[in-house]
Write a protein that binds this ligand. Structure first.
Ligand code: GDP
Length: 420
């Protein structure tokens, strides 16, 4: 892959507002759909006497990917612009969209919010914007989509922009970090090419806005954090934990510590793509071997870090959460499963400390009796087994979690403070 900075991009917005169509348009117009696939499709289309259905083909392909997304955890879509190499961190419509947005292997740096001009702000628009804000999305590109459906009218565009600005103000997302663009993903207006249908608009195109995003900070300066996904025994080498470096660097010869298992040693070898490497950086998936560590000493859900700056283990922690969908109410003592990096641990909500007003961010109620869907709150949590987790202000990659119960994601949050 070319030497361009990487951006993880989330495409968010209400169902049917045009997220997949926009992704398809971006992949197609940035030339990210391989030529042979387009050729093959052209032949098929000609045989059927159709012709000129290349974009429709991308859409079909995306639909298939989406179906496969039921079994694949995160189906990546990738494209590049002049400035960046983009990975779309989740396929729109994926059933675990929200969970992946929070705990996904790749956390989104920025997001494109798609709002259909005919509908305006809808329930999932609100939910996703709130999440984006909670999870620390830096910049938001707002595509006011389906402009063709409203006769490309500026007055309707302005109305929708005002609705979205109100929403951003409500969740205290700085509106100066948002840019607005009237588009039609289906017709291709103002995505990569300037539209002839909206002469009243002379601002950025979606592609230009993507190029103009700020470059994400490389997390190499932070201490090593490497959540363990699996532990293997490989003959001739020994115990090999595998995982993805989230922050920092892993070097052979480093002294490392695994938490909460609380064992450690010196890194002997690091392997990536079946080759030995001297060092691994953020984003690398590695297997490595540590002197003196046996298979039963460490576990999935452990986090590997430097011996002199080990990952913190939480006796209790405070967190800010957003309740997305819970059939009844959440009270003190509730014990769902928390998913944080590679760990899944039952945790008791020991106390609901504050209910936060989503519209102002201010404390609405101290020690409320319960919280329910749509509420934001600060809670104190006690893991039922040792759990390594970090304040999201220090290591964002290890500071967010999803709360699951009854087979669905009921809340999402980030860690404010860890009490060891
Ligand atoms: P998603 O659920 O947000 O991913 O939405 P889709 O991309 O699947 O789009 C939902 C429907 O809206 C599909 O029938 C699309 O063809 C249609 N659609 C998407 N973008 C546009 C647009 O710009 N204009 C019009 N007229 N229809 C669109």
């Amino acid at each position: 892959m070319p030497e361009k900075p990487h951006q993880n991009l989330a495409i968010i917005g209400h169902v049917d507002h045009g997220k997949s169509t926009l992704v398809g348009r971006l992949l197609y117009e940035t030339g990210s759909v391989p030529e042979h696939i387009i050729e093959q499709h052209k032949e098929e289309a000609e045989e059927k006497g159709k012709g000129g259905f290349e974009f429709a083909y991308v859409m079909d392909n995306l639909a298939e990917e989406r179906e496969r997304g039921v079994t694949i955890d995160i189906a990546h879509q990738e494209f590049q612009t002049d400035e960046y190499y983009f990975t779309i961190v989740d396929t729109p419509g994926h059933r675990d969209f929200v969970k992946n947005m929070i705990t996904g292997a790749s956390q989104a740096d920025n997001a494109v919010l798609v709002v259909a001009a005919d509908d305006g702000v809808a329930p999932q628009t609100q939910e996703h914007v709130f999440l984006a804000r909670t999870l620390g999305i830096n910049e938001l590109i707002v595509g006011v989509n389906k402009m063709d459906r409203v006769d490309y009218e500026e007055s309707r565009y302005r109305e929708v922009v005002t609705e979205v600005e109100d929403l951003l103000n409500q969740v205290r997302f700085a509106t100066e970090d948002a840019s607005f663009i009237p588009i039609s993903a289906l017709e291709g207006d103002n995505v990569v090419e300037r539209s002839g249908n909206m002469e009243w608009y002379d601002g950025e195109l979606v592609l230009e806005a993507l190029n103009g995003l700020e470059e994400p900070e490389p997390p190499t300066d932070a201490p090593l954090r490497l959540p363990i996904q699996d532990v293997y025994t490989i003959s001739g080498i020994g115990t090999v934990p595998v995982g993805r470096v989230e922050t920092g660097l892993l070097n052979t010869g480093d002294n490392v510590s695994f938490q909460p298992s609380d064992v450690g040693g010196e890194v002997k070898t690091i392997e990536m793509h079946h080759e030995e490497v001297p060092r691994a950086e953020p984003g690398d998936n590695v297997g490595f071997n540590v002197r003196g560590i046996g298979k039963d000493d460490i576990h999935r859900g452990d986090v590997c870090g430097p011996a002199d700056d080990p990952p913190s283990v939480a006796e209790t922690f405070t967190a800010q959460i957003v309740v997305m969908q819970h059939p009844s109410v959440i009270t003190d003592g509730y014990t769902p499963v928390f998913h944080a990096h590679t760990a899944q641990v039952a945790c008791t909500i020991e106390s609901i400390d504050q209910k936060i007003d989503a519209s102002s961010g201010e404390v609405e109620e101290e020690n409320p009796d319960f919280i329910q869907s749509g509420d934001a709150a600060v809670i104190t949590v006690r893991p039922q087994k040792p759990l390594s987790i970090e304040p999201s202000s220090e290591i964002p990659e290890l500071g967010s979690f999803a709360v699951r119960d009854m087979g669905q994601t009921i809340a999402a949050g980030r860690v404010l403070e860890v009490n060891g």
